[in-house]
Design a protein around this ligand. Structure first.
Ligand code: GH3
Ligand code: MG
Ligand code: MG
Length: 275
């Protein structure tokens, strides 16, 4: 368009031709501001348009003063619209970065809110989400097992060794539980104070019992001293239930595992640890 304008200018000897620079200015503003070309492209285009304009204007027929004024106007329009283009590009980048940072912060905060602060295990909020997903995706043919784990005589442990040692014990027990989970889909959750829940997918009762026994032995192997616990080291009692998602909701499975757990507790914590 600038080439066309300058071509017409070179043919037109009338006074009106001296004002053609206003059209070139509009084209430069349009490409730099309205089209929002990326800065490098806008800069290159502005240089080419300005050079083309000046190449025709300066040797042309207009009076000297007109040439100076037109040149200054076109160059100023190019410079100012390029500055506007650059500012807009920076603003867009800034908005993008701010949004990205906010999103990452939000996602980070959400992830942290689903973790237990002491043990680093997922908490009940995360459990609720996982449960919703399993029951929604299972379409009735999924087999799920729940293992409830409760540290034996933990109150006595706190009384004997103090709360800080109690916290350390909880962390170590949580770590032992987590390391015993082999399947990516299995989840270990800190369910309450000294209670943990393990959710096993596509696992039947006998398999769940074997996994629970593995967890129990692993915790015993930690050999955390517990003088008042009755066994010399920290032990846990466990309860297991399994069932298809089609006929069991999570509340039923947890209630079943809980009943089994308390039967194990009543059974003396040693002999009936698994039910
Ligand atoms: P049982 O063998 O029947 O399970 O007895 P218990 O003493 O383990 O059970 P009880 O429910 O009487 O006591 C649980 C204790 O767990 C009491 C509470 O102070 C302790 N506890 C709960 N959460 C935490 C925690 O975050 N840190 C520490 N150090 N102790 C905790
Ligand atoms: Mg308890
Ligand atoms: Mg307990």
């Amino acid at each position: 368009m600038v080439a066309q304008i300058m071509f017409i200018y070179s043919l037109n000897r009338g006074e009106i031709a001296d004002h053609y620079q206003s059209l070139a200015i509009m084209i430069v503003i349009y490409s730099n501001v309205n089209q929002r070309l990326i800065f490098r492209v806008a800069l290159g285009l502005t240089l080419i348009l300005t050079a083309a304009y000046l190449a025709v204007l300066l040797p042309g027929h207009s009076p000297f003063v007109t040439k100076i004024i037109s040149s200054v106007l076109v160059i100023s329009a190019g410079y100012l619209s390029l500055m506007a283009n650059r500012r807009m590009e920076q603003d867009v980048r800034q908005i993008f970065l701010t949004r990205l940072r906010d999103q990452l912060r939000r996602e980070g905060a959400e992830a942290v809110a689903k973790l237990d602060a002491l043990t680093g295990l997922p908490n009940r909020r995360q459990l609720d989400e996982t449960v919703k997903k399993i029951w929604a995706e299972g379409e009735g043919d999924s087999l799920v097992a729940v293992v409830m784990i409760d540290i034996d005589h933990f109150k006595l442990f706190n009384d004997r060794y103090g709360h800080v040692a109690g916290d350390t014990c909880l962390k170590r027990v949580a770590g032992a539980i987590a390391t015993e989970l082999r399947n990516m889909d299995d989840v270990a959750v800190r369910y309450g104070g000294e209670e943990f829940l393990v959710l096993l997918q596509q696992t039947d009762q006998s398999m769940a019992v074997r996994i629970a026994e593995r967890i129990r032995r692993q915790i015993e192997k930690l050999a955390i001293p517990h003088e008042l616990g009755g066994f010399g080291v920290v032990t846990v009692s466990l309860g297991v239930t399994a069932g298809p998602t089609a006929t069991h909701c999570i509340t039923e499975l947890i209630a079943g595992a809980d009943t089994a757990l308390y039967a194990a507790k009543r059974g003396g914590r040693r002999s009936g640890r698994l039910s």
